[in-house]
Ligand binder design. Structure first.
Ligand code: GLU
Length: 504
């Protein structure tokens, strides 16, 4: 196939972009980049009832944060615009007319009340070949009556005329061939005169055709619409340039039981949106990956592996590597469990890759929030370097490194019980003398001197070192003791030991 690869991400601005939508955007992007193709962002805003202010900006900001670059779109421009469906009414009107003129679609005048009544009286009512002649439409009514209704400004919809009893084949690049019989489909509404707008199905097909989309990569929830879309391409005479279909596997709840929902996030405490979202109507705030302390690279890497694998067990991959390795052959048909813990693990890994100085800069605002100022960048950087192996998020640095900036407020009780006895204050006073006598307080110099003193005196190594640690850190955890004291310096170390002797 020598067609230029052109893909589109086509969200509807009906709320914040869900993390599943982000994955769809990412796979489109990886596929486009790998094939030297184009990535289109099309805003599908034909459902005016469900329009949410701010949603479009949210989509743009989310994609930008994640490094998913758009080649053509509302902001970017391009040769196939407008890229917002509400600005393409003329195009849709013209295409609806083509279908009407060719007898592939028809006017229907049934009011919502009439349709309701029909649904009440006819079990499993479906507007299709078996029922359409009993409804009020341009197939059942005389031509003059149809003209009269339209001229009188009567509201109507245009429905797609579906021929029953035909097998429709959808070829999906992940799922293979899916066949469905046209009898199960209803005569879908394609256009509504009330707001002069097409429905999703018509707008989507017309735009994919006009924008020369080569591959439609979207979530599995759109698979049931695909047969209808195939019929629409046929009705327009566009079957030869119909895009390839790719329906991505669902994102499942962490336990694999059912589709991932916003409620799962609330229940289990993880974000299901890329960025924090402030609902303009209810004022509710939903948490986002960005505000929760995730690095965009970690989110991208995590999402890439939800439904695709590189064919081996490589896990850490940059955007560039993902672009090189991505392939539809390694996308799975079955749903992908949203393993949230794995998301944290990715963030941990990516944080380790950052230079210590960058992490320190990210940590500074947190220090300031806690009222800590006046430390040099070098001090903060060295403290961060010692504890970063234990963090999943930048905010964890506070727990892990606070003792570098504030003296212990209390001492871990269990450790005190285990390591502190009547003799300890005397030994700690001796330790102060030993430390005071050390010229070069670096780890390399101080460590052998202190350990030598403990051995010479025949003291219990574990007890003495843990008591020492207790006074400096407040608990028996943390980085290597002499790395800590090297950074804190002699004066602060000795001060803390004295304080510990007084207070423990
Ligand atoms: N507007 C649809 C959505 O919100 C697009 C589906 C498609 O990609 O065809 O997901």
């Amino acid at each position: 196939m020598d067609r230029k690869v052109r893909v589109r991400f086509a969200p509807s601005p009906t709320g914040p972009l869900h993390i599943g939508g982000v994955r769809t955007a990412l796979y489109n992007y990886l596929f486009a980049r790998q094939h030297g193709g184009d990535m289109i962002l099309r805003i599908e805003d034909t459902d005016s009832q469900r329009f949410v202010p701010g949603a479009e900006e949210y989509i743009n900001e989310s994609l930008a944060w994640l490094g998913i670059k758009i080649d053509e779109g509302v902001k970017e421009g391009g040769n196939y615009g407008p890229y917002k469906q509400s600005e393409r009414r003329d195009i849709y009107r013209e295409n609806v007319k083509t279908l009407l003129d060719n007898g592939k679609a028809y006017y229907a005048f049934d009011t919502p009340e009439e349709l309701d009544a029909k649904r009440q009286s006819t079990p499993n009512f479906q507007y299709d070949a078996s029922t359409r002649m009993s409804m009020r439409n341009s197939l059942s009514l005389p031509a003059e009556e149809v003209k009269r209704l339209i001229d009188a400004g009567e509201k109507y919809v245009v429905r797609f005329l579906i021929e029953p009893g035909r097998d429709i084949e959808v070829n999906d690049l992940i799922r293979g061939k899916v066949t469905i019989n046209s009898s199960v489909l209803d005569d879908k509404v394609l256009y509504k005169s009330a707001d002069d707008l097409p429905t999703y199905h018509l707008a989507n097909i017309v735009d994919d055709h006009l924008m020369e989309v080569s591959h439609v990569i979207r979530g599995e929830e759109w698979l049931p619409s695909a047969p209808l879309h195939v019929l629409l391409y046929e009705a327009f005479g566009w079957k030869d340039t119909m895009p390839e279909f790719v329906h991505l596997p669902l994102l499942l709840k962490p336990d694999g039981k059912g589709k991932l929902s916003k409620r799962d996030g609330d229940r289990l405490g993880f974000p299901v949106f890329p960025l924090e979202w402030h609902d303009p109507k209810s004022g509710d705030i939903s948490s986002g990956y960005r505000e929760s302390g995730y690095l965009p690279q970690a989110v991208v890497n995590f999402l890439a592996l939800l439904g695709w694998n590189p064919g081996d067990d490589t896990e850490i991959m940059s955007m560039e590597e993902l672009i090189n390795k991505f392939s539809l052959d390694h996308c799975s048909k079955s749903g992908a469990k949203f393993d949230f813990e794995k998301g944290k693990w990715f963030n941990h890994k990516y944080l380790q890759e950052l230079p210590d100085a960058s992490l320190a800069q990210m940590f500074k605002p947190i220090l300031e929030q806690n009222g800590i100022t006046g430390y040099s960048d070098e001090y903060i950087t060295r403290a961060v370097a010692m504890v970063k192996g234990r963090i999943n998020f930048v905010k964890d640095l506070w727990d892990q490194a606070r003792f570098f900036f504030v003296q212990p407020e209390s001492y871990d009780e269990k450790a005190v019980k285990k390591r502190w006895n009547e003799d300890t204050p005397r030994i700690m006073n001796e330790l102060i003398d030993v430390l005071n006598g050390i010229e070069d307080f670096s780890c390399a110099s101080a460590e052998p001197i202190v350990l030598g003193w403990i051995t010479d005196k025949g003291y219990h190594m574990g007890n003495v070192m843990n008591a020492f640690r207790l006074t400096v850190v407040g608990e028996c955890k943390g980085p290597h003791m002499f790395d800590i004291t090297e950074l804190m310096g002699k004066e602060e170390t000795v001060r803390r030991i004295k304080l510990g002797i007084e207070r423990i």
